[in-house]
Every structure is written in structure tokens, then in C-alpha cells.
Design a protein around this ligand. Structure first.
Ligand code: GLC
Length: 503
């Protein structure tokens, strides 16, 4: 091929140039975490950074953050910032931080008046805090003259960024080319406030951008506003991306989502296998591989000793690591498990916290089945690793599950997931068929006690069949949900959006 031809071709198909990406979020592991959202924002940020993109990340500096592990640097352009809130002014700074386990800089919004105390969420001024985070992200771009190609926002806390770009900041040509992407991690949390907050959040003059019916009923809904105005809507699994169009899962946003039908895509979350791999996990007593599972049985013994359970050879251990909320199907466990524990020989270890009723249920279970049921209230990352590594089965009977990460960890640890076919659970676990030897777990469909009972009985039977059990464990451990593939899907959609102007 003649050199000029090569040149022409290179010109026609420009090598993918780095993108300018701004991530604004309320959580990012390991700095601020209440759930899977933090793991995903961290994984995405690190993926974009590793792949040479020009990244800025902003999150709040919470009162609960351990700043001693951070090196914080003042950024002169980002000092002495101010935001009008109602009739008053809130003063804040944005600082640059480096953390040991984070490969890139993170910017932190420092406003002790608003982000104080232990709590990340809740409180009477929550709307102000997250409106501030969203506006601070935009003003940070202005002060740094950083024109993002993609403004990537996550869940309701930063879902107002697209609205602000179309209202308060619409005059600024810095954002002329900017496209906004809202990733929905959980539509069950929308950030709904009385519309008296409009002056506080600076949108009293922009009501035409907000949902008229909400305003009529005296409400403003952050997530819904993002759903209306973001250029692209993503959610964290393909199945959830279909489910949220239905009233059962859309939580009142289904109509608005249907209007944006062509702009909604589902991208399954990935797993950070550097943290979650049984062959290299430093938080478990014995590492193991799919070829040599001896370490797994030892992990089971030490986990059971640790949580006060009696170990019996061939008695399966069921693990649960979960927030104890409406979403997670705990009511099915309440309805079905005690009776099943009376009839069948297995043990249960659960880790999590949340609604009082559910916590009480697990406390009761310990008393009812001494030596067979254990419950640790709270969250403990190291114990979560030991439960993944030491259990035989992992139970996730979710009512809905945008993606879910624990079932993917379970697969890698050869801990056979028992899941309900919803959201990311449906996309990552295939029901095992003993006839073909295909499949990676036990999957049930109906959200009721019988569904769960069927699944548990099927799983316990499978455990009793040595040959089939070996096969399903092996299949599970071969699954690969790494971020390399999933991160690339985000980037492809970002580029498509930038090239076409719409999703
Ligand atoms: C939320 C969802 C969970 C998802 C996570 C990360 O916590 O409930 O299903 O895996 O966000 O996207």
C-alpha cells in the first residue's frame, strides 16, 4: 500500500483520542462507601484513568472520612468558593487528594458546615448538600477551564447536573460540547423533596425543566429530573434496563423512562478481581483455586469457628452478605427459612444491617438454631471476604437487584449462588442443569416463599450430589466479569454519544 493511502485511511478513521471525563458521585471506594455504588464509581474512574483518559473525580469530604490516610493539597483556583442557598451563602473549597489505594487524584468538596458528623445521607439539609455537590462539580470545571466531553453522574445525588447545565450554567460555552450520562444504580432512592427547596437549590427560576406533575403536588425529584435531562441513561445490568420500564420496578419513573426509551442502556457491572480472587485474597486464611479446593473447606471450618457455628462434614453452609432492606428479599427468608432449617440439615451465616425487624429476625434465628445460625450486624469487609470464601452456597433472593456484586464474587469463590431471576442476578447466574452439566447456580423466578423454598431445596440436593456439585462449582469459578470488557462498553457509548449528539 502506498504511503499516501495509509495516510488517507488514518485520517478517515482517527485513532480514538482520549476523552475528558468528569465523574461526580456521592461515594467512591475506599474513601466513602455505603454500598456497591462506591465500588462501581471507583472501578470506572480507575478504568478511565488507566486507559489514558483525562479524568476529574469529585466527591464530598464527609465528616466521617479518615483524612489521615489522604494527602491533601490545596488547589488555589478552587479556594474560597461560594454558593447561594436561599437567602444565604455557603462557603466551600475543593481540594485535591491522593489515597494509597487510588491510582489517580480525587477532588473533595470541603464544606464542614454541610458535610459533618458520621452520616453520609439523610438529615434536613440533604437536598442542599447534594445540590451543592452537583453545582460544585460544574463550577470546578469553570475555574479549571476543564471542558468535559462526558459529565458522568451517578444516582440521585448528582442527577441534577444535567438540569443545572441547562439552566443556571446554560450561558457558559465551556459546556457547549459536553454530554451528560446518568448511571442509575438503584431507582429505589430518588431524592424527593418538597418543592419549597427550589430556592435553596437555585432552581426557582427553572421550573419548566422539572416534572410539572411533581411540582403540582409540591415535590421535586432529583433522579426523575436526571432521567428527563441526561443525554444518556445507563443502568447497571441489561435486565434491569428492561425491568425499569415496568411499574413493578420503575418506582414511579417508568413513564419518564419509556419516553427516553432509545437512550436507556444496561451495562453489567464488573468485578475488581484484584480484590476478589480466592487465589490471591489476603483477607482469607487459606487461598485456593478451582483445581485445588482444599483451602476452601479449611476456610469454612475457620469461618464457622469464628462465628460460633458447629462444623459437620457434609453439612452445607449458606452465606448472606446484604443490606437488610426492602430490596433484598429478606421477608422471603423470614417466611421460608425457619421451617426449612427444621427439616433440612444446613447452617446459615449472615452479615448485614438495616431495618430493625430484619435484624431482630436474624437475632431470633441464632437463638432458635444454636450452632447452626450466625448473624453479624453491621458491615465488615474482611468478614465479607471470609463468608464468600468459606460458604458453600450464597443466598440472594432479591425483590429487585440493579446489578448485585456479591453473586459475582460468589461465582469466583466457587460459592454457588442461589438467586432470584431479577436485574443483574438474572444476567450473571445461569441455572444449573444436571443433565447437561451447564450452569453456575440456582435461579428461581417467583418472588414468594415457595420460590425460595424450591430454590433452597434444589440447592441442597445439588450439594448432596458430589458429581454435579463439583461441576457447578467448577463452572462458577470459570466465569469472568472483569471491568476490562465492561469499561470498554461505557467508552463505546460515550464515543457514540459524542459522534451522534444523541444516544
Ligand atoms: C446498588 C444496587 C446494586 C448494584 C450497585 C452498584 O447498590 O442495589 O444492585 O450492584 O448499586 O451498581
Amino acid at each position: 500500500m502506498a504511503p499516501e493511502q495509509i495516510q488517507t485511511r488514518e485520517h478517515d478513521v482517527p485513532k480514538a483520542s482520549p476523552l475528558k471525563i468528569f465523574i461526580a458521585a456521592s461515594e467512591l471506594t475506599p474513601l466513602a462507601k455505603s454500598g456497591g455504588l462506591a465500588d462501581v464509581t471507583a472501578a470506572l474512574a480507575s478504568y478511565f484513568d488507566r486507559n489514558g483518559h483525562d479524568l476529574r473525580v469529585l466527591l464530598p469530604l464527609y465528616g466521617s472520612m479518615d483524612t489521615s490516610v489522604l494527602s491533601i493539597e490545596i488547589v488555589p483556583e478552587l479556594e474560597g468558593m461560594e454558593m447561594p442557598v436561599g437567602g444565604q451563602t455557603v462557603a466551600y473549597d475543593i481540594v485535591r487528594a491522593r489515597a494509597a489505594d487510588v491510582g489517580h487524584d480525587v477532588f473533595l468538596l470541603r464544606c464542614p458546615d454541610l458535610f459533618h458528623g458520621e452520616m453520609m445521607y439523610g438529615g434536613y439539609d440533604e437536598h442542599v448538600r447534594f445540590a451543592l455537590l452537583s453545582r460544585a462539580a460544574i463550577e470546578m470545571c469553570q475555574r479549571l477551564r476543564f471542558a468535559p466531553d462526558i459529565f458522568h453522574v451517578h444516582d440521585w445525588h448528582t442527577a441534577m447536573v444535567p438540569v443545572y447545565l441547562k439552566s443556571v450554567y446554560s450561558w457558559d460555552s465551556l459546556f457547549k460540547q459536553t454530554k451528560t450520562v446518568l448511571t442509575i444504580h438503584n431507582i429505589g432512592y430518588q431524592g424527593v423533596f418538597g418543592n419549597h427547596v427550589l430556592p435553596d437549590i437555585g432552581l426557582e427560576g427553572s421550573t419548566e425543566l422539572l416534572d410539572a406533575e411533581d411540582l403540582y403536588y409540591g415535590r421535586v425529584n432529583f433522579m426523575k429530573s436526571g432521567v428527563i435531562h441526561a443525554d444518556l441513561l445507563t443502568t447497571v445490568s441489561p435486565t434491569y434496563a428492561r425491568e425499569i420500564f415496568e411499574p413493578e420496578y420503575g418506582m414511579g419513573l417508568e413513564r419518564r423512562l419509556r419516553e427516553r426509551h432509545g437512550s436507556v442502556i444496561g451495562i453489567l457491572n464488573g468485578v475488581d478481581y484484584e480484590e476478589w480472587s480466592p487465589e490471591s485474597d489476603t483477607l482469607i486464611p487459606n487461598t485456593y483455586t478451582s483445581e485445588d479446593l482444599a483451602g476452601k473447606e479449611k476456610n469454612k471450618q475457620s469461618l464457622m469457628a469464628e462465628v460460633g457455628l458447629d462444623y459437620r462434614i457434609d453439612r452445607p453452609l449458606v452465606g448472606m452478605v446484604t443490606r437488610l432492606t426492602y430490596q433484598k428479599g429478606i421477608e422471603l427468608v423470614q417466611q421460608a427459612l425457619p421451617d426449612l432449617m427444621r427439616k433440612k440439615d444446613f447452617s446459615l451465616v449472615a452479615l448485614g444491617s438495616g431495618e430493625h425487624d430484619y435484624e431482630q429476625f436474624f437475632e431470633w434465628l441464632i437463638r432458635e438454631f444454636p450452632g447452626r445460625a450466625a448473624f453479624h450486624r453491621g458491615f465488615n469487609n474482611a468478614l465479607a471476604h471470609r463468608i464468600e470464601a468459606g460458604s458453600d452456597l450464597f443466598l440472594m433472593p432479591s425483590r429487585y437487584e440493579p446489578c448485585g456484586l456479591n453473586q459475582m464474587y460468589s461465582l469466583r469463590y466457587g460459592t454457588v449462588p442461589v438467586v432470584r431471576a431479577t436485574g443483574g442476578l438474572a444476567d450473571s447466574v445461569r441455572h444449573f442443569d444436571p443433565k447437561t452439566g451447564q450452569g453456575t447456580g440456582v435461579v428461581f423466578h417467583d418472588y414468594d416463599a415457595n420460590g425460595l423454598l424450591w430454590a433452597m431445596n434444589t440447592a441442597l440436593k445439588l450439594y448432596g450430589n458430589k458429581h454435579a456439585w463439583k461441576q457447578v462449582v467448577h463452572n462458577a469459578m470459570q466465569q469472568n466479569y472483569s471491568w476490562d470488557e465492561q469499561g470498554a462498553i461505557y467508552l463505546n457509548h460515550f464515543r457514540k454519544l459524542l459522534a451522534n449528539g444523541t444516544a
